[in-house]
Design a protein around this ligand. Structure first.
Ligand SMILES: Cc1cc2nc3c(=O)[nH]c(=O)nc-3n(C[C@H](O)[C@H](O)[C@H](O)COP(=O)(O)O)c2cc1C
Length: 186
């Protein structure tokens, strides 16, 4: 699949099979991710690949946080929270390094890491995998960040849920670019 076809046919797919994805396939995705451009060659991206019981441990952290915020939450609500991390056989949590020197700008590190996420999604699509970029409240939860090895002030910009597609996903229509684009030729 060439890059243009990948860009135009990629779409988010939330429902995937529970079948495991081989480690070497996941490694190819992360290798594609780190081909993204980044300023000053700081390589600001950090990936935490969660599979198997790693996802269960994350789910438990998410459920514990939910209970801390909503002490009256019924067991079903906690179970729902716990199961969120099990929606796909592979989760890649993506964090961003804080700038370590004055010339490095945080927004640029975030931009570079977002570009890495898109590379990873496109590579997953080209490998015949389905994926979805999610964030939600866990992305700003200090307990989740700590579990993943991130500092509380580090941005956690994505949970990329990845697995083999279950069934067909109808193609999405995306709005075109005209209403978001101006041309300046003078
Ligand atoms: C930074 C970011 C965070 C997102 N967080 C969520 C999320 O928490 N839940 C969700 O359903 N979609 C989330 N999305 C949107 C989906 O990943 C997806 O891009 C969107 O539904 C459009 O579908 P498409 O990828 O097929 O164009 C997020 C997208 C981005 C870029």
């Amino acid at each position: 699949m060439d890059v243009i076809e990948a860009i135009f046919t990629r779409q988010s797919v939330g429902k995937v099979k529970p079948d495991p994805v081989p480690a070497e396939v996941i490694e190819r995705l992360v290798l594609a991710a780190v081909q993204a451009p980044n300023h000053y060659k700081v390589r600001p991206w950090r990936f935490v690949v969660l599979t198997g019981t790693g996802r269960e441990r994350l789910g438990q952290v998410m459920a514990d946080s939910f209970r801390a915020k909503f002490p009256q939450a019924p067991p079903e609500a906690l179970e729902k929270e716990r199961n969120k991390a099990l929606r796909a056989p592979v989760l890649v949590a993506v964090g961003v390094d804080k700038p370590a020197e004055p010339r490095v700008v945080e927004i640029e590190n975030i931009c570079a890491t977002a570009a890495a996420c898109q590379n990873l999604l496109l590579a997953a699509h080209a490998e015949g995998l389905a994926a979805k970029w999610r964030t939600g409240s866990p992305a700003t939860d200090p307990a989740v960040k700590q579990f993943l090895g991130f500092d509380p002030d580090q941005h956690l910009i994505a949970f990329l849920y990845i697995g083999y597609p279950e069934g067909e996903t109808p193609p999405v229509e995306r709005p075109s670019f005209e209403d978001r684009t101006v041309w300046m030729d003078k």
